[in-house]
Write a protein that binds this ligand. Structure first.
Ligand code: ARG
Ligand code: ZN
Length: 254
């Protein structure tokens, strides 16, 4: 395995027809890339510091698919695309096997999403135009003042976790997931070192809540906690993400 994986990113900003709703500055894009780096590398002095270093780096593309210089940011004005309709990715995607395509638009009513189950990271969508990360523009980047509790750019951290093969910590099959090895690799979030969880932690950052006899993993990026409460990928989640790159996304990193 590589010591460190560097992923090249293109951010496609989709606005309404008037190029107004959904507009985001280059500075905000740079800020979001910085947050991803802080969170995936647990950079000292950042709010991601308490976590663990996944040794995954993100850099905006400097060369486009035609080999021309680029800022790694594209902008489109199309209300249908802004509303998350119309297969915009078939027009906009940069070779998804080589670039991680992030789109910002309305987010289709959610904070963000990745359009397929991470457990199927080896599924047929990988490398197709539909292979992408979508972030609602008001949840993109840190300190935008749009949402008090979702204002640290961690929606993208969570979504990139999905993109790299992680399930939610609260994924379960209708009850407390199996906690002993090897069943914890076939049940729940398919990760053994995240505590079992029955339902999402939506809000509070209360370290005493428990599910299934274990403390809820409220600090995990793959929970639904408020941004300031999230700062952790576990050792096994980090392994899963690095394995996803090695196994299914081999052209995505250098
Ligand atoms: N609900 C979204 C998803 O499941 C994102 C949740 C992000 N949470 C946050 N604190 N930013 O993918
Ligand atoms: Zn999620």
């Amino acid at each position: 395995p590589a010591a460190s994986y560097q992923i090249t990113v293109v951010v496609h900003i989709i606005m309404d027809d008037n190029c107004n709703v959904g507009s985001l500055s280059d500075d905000l894009v740079h800020n979001q890339i910085q947050v991803l780096n802080e969170d995936f590398q647990a950079i000292k002095g950042s709010s991601g510091e308490p976590g663990s270093d996944a040794k995954i780096q993100f850099v905006l593309a400097t060369t486009d698919p035609d080999g021309n210089p680029t800022t790694g940011i594209t902008r489109s004005c199309n209300t249908s695309w802004y509303n998350d309709n119309g297969g915009y990715y078939n027009d906009l995607a940069w070779d998804p096997s080589r670039y991680m395509n992030i789109y910002t638009n309305s987010g289709d009513g959610s904070l963000g999403y990745v359009p397929f189950l991470p457990a199927n990271a080896n599924g047929s969508l990988v490398g197709t135009n539909a292979d992408r990360v979508v972030i609602g523009h008001t949840y993109f980047a840190a300190n935008t003042g749009n949402h008090t509790n979702f204002d640290l750019g961690r929606t993208a951290t969570h979504e990139v976790g999905h993109f790299l093969g992680l399930e939610h910590t609260f994924t379960n099959s209708g009850g407390c997931p199996s906690q002993g090895t090897p069943n914890c690799y076939s049940d729940g979030d398919l990760i053994c070192d995240t505590n079992a969880e029955l339902s999402p932690n939506f809000s509070s950052c209360n370290d005493t809540e428990n599910d299934c006899g274990e403390l809820k993993p409220i600090h995990n990026y793959m929970n639904y906690s408020y941004d300031p409460c999230m700062w952790e990928f576990t050792t096994e989640q980090i392994r899963r993400m690095r394995c996803t790159l090695e196994s299914y996304r081999t052209d995505l990193y250098t």
